[in-house]
Design a protein around this ligand. Structure first.
Ligand code: PLP
Length: 440
């Protein structure tokens, strides 16, 4: 007879059931925790209560997608009102138009928009729109940058020292086994924030590229802002070679009222959006000039990129997104950014007080703690050694046990539900974590 280890908690028991029906017991890897994921009972504002009744402060916000925390009353009311009228139709709804008008008013480059259901889909559609517009197949992207699960967009997202190739010629490394070689060949990988090296690589493909895809503060690349000279080089290069410049603002849109692109004197051709613009519901969007977005116009005599999606612009997501983004006005953007600055200064002070081998990157309302003394400036520098991963794991477990939910890379986000109190409590918990780490 096999002896089952005693199942002590509701989460442990739920995970036993989950493993029977879901690979690894999860539907997305980010939920996985050892020895088992924690299951949620309910949440309100910045506080999440698990099925054991333990409350924690949420600084992960469903992977940076909940700008007002959980169950904001205005968003909840908007969704309930829409649900009572129906959740999805084979006809249009007014809220889709109103929401497109709202997003368009936030950024003058968003002349036309298309809604989709995820950030992955938004990036995929942006790349396909760029291909349709230019008639070219290849795309360029930054090494290590995460853009979702489209074959092309995910190339070199998980490169390692064993396979990433030379600094001046990063290899196109697949994420999933079986990725078509042709897909790898059609992705040109450039280093982040190194305009000279990136230009030299792009030059080798100058007549073949449909677009350059770039996240202005790529999380996995280290969560640093792109330098203006890097972004300006990409804009000049794409103009000069009749390729498009695509910004992935799926995460960074939260950084400024009209997106992180407000940090620069550069306009992209297409912007991919997602996360917070869904108000807590699955969403994505792509936005750009009328001329470029025309490739998706089904009324055009030559429709270059036919596009549809069963749940695209469903009125539940549209209602939630519109309510959430109306609340996320300029003052709200300013406030979450200020709170993140407070967190950054506080944690940096702790690092120097304790003498910890760590640093903080990030901007806007998202930060990342690295277990490195030197600020990493690109993917290769941000790549964690085994020892750094162990120390980060120790810190994240300590923070979780102290009541803080972080993103598992050491990143965290500030929602409008957070106040100075939660930030100061976090800083204190980080200090205790570093002291324990030093003693361990
Ligand atoms: C920058 C960026 N692009 C795209 C995506 C994919 O978005 P989704 O998970 O909604 O497909 C993500 C998700 O984390 C992201 O961070």
């Amino acid at each position: 007879m096999t002896v089952q280890p005693e199942i002590q908690t509701r989460s442990a028991a739920l995970y036993e059931r989950a493993k029977q029906v879901l690979p690894g017991g999860v539907s997305r890897n980010t939920v996985l925790r050892l020895p088992h994921p924690i299951y949620v009972s309910h949440a309100k504002g910045c506080r999440v209560v698990d099925v054991e009744g333990i409350t924690r402060i949420d600084l992960a916000d469903n992977m940076a997608s909940l700008i007002h925390g959980h169950a904001h009353p205005v968003v909840t009311q908007a969704v309930i009102a829409q649900l009572q009228r129906g959740s999805a139709f084979s006809l249009g709804t007014e809220v889709e138009v109103t929401y497109a008008e709202h997003l368009s008013s936030r950024n003058k480059g968003f002349e036309k928009l298309r809604f989709v259901n995820s950030g992955t889909e938004a990036v995929m559609a942006a790349l396909k729109a760029a291909r349709a517009y230019t008639g070219r197949a290849k795309i360029a992207k930054v090494e290590g940058a995460y853009h979702g699960g489209y074959d092309y967009a995910e190339v070199s997202q998980t490169s390692t020292p064993a396979n990433w190739g030379r600094d001046d010629n990063p290899a196109s490394v697949p994420v999933a086994y079986g990725t078509p070689v042709k897909a790898l060949e059609d992705v040109v990988v450039i280093p982040f924030n190194n305009p000279d090296r990136a230009r030299a690589i792009l030059d080798r493909h100058s007549s073949e590229l449909a677009c350059v895809l770039v996240d202005l503060m790529p999380h996995r690349v280290g969560l640093n802002r792109a330098n203006p000279d890097f972004v300006e080089m990409l804009r000049e290069w794409t103009h000069a070679h009749e390729a498009l410049l695509v910004f992935d603002e799926v995460i960074t849109f939260r950084s400024q009222y009209g997106g992180a692109q407000e940090w620069y004197d550069v306009e992209p051709d297409i912007t991919a959006l997602g996360k917070i613009i869904g108000g807590g519901f699955p969403v994505g969007a792509l936005a750009g000039s009328s001329e470029i977005m025309e490739v998706m116009n089904p009324l055009a005599s030559n429709v270059r990129f036919p596009h549809s999606g069963t749940f695209s612009a469903n009125p539940v997501t549209m209602s939630a997104g519109l309510a959430a983004m109306r609340l996320f006005d300029r003052d709200a953007v300013h406030r979450v950014n200020e709170l993140a600055t407070r967190a950054r200064f506080g944690i940096e002070e702790v690092i120097s007080k304790v003498g910890a081998k760590a640093c903080v990157t990030g901007d806007g309302s998202m930060l990342r703690l690295h277990m490195k003394s030197e600020l990493p400036t690109n993917y290769r520098q941000a790549f964690s050694s085994l020892g750094e991963n162990r120390r980060l794991g120790f810190m994240l477990d300590h923070l979780f046990d102290s009541g803080f939910i972080m993103i598992n890379t050491g990143a965290f986000t500030v929602s409008t539900a957070i106040t100075e109190n939660e930030i100061d409590a976090l800083i204190e918990a980080v200090e205790i974590g570093f002291r324990r780490l030093a003693a361990a």
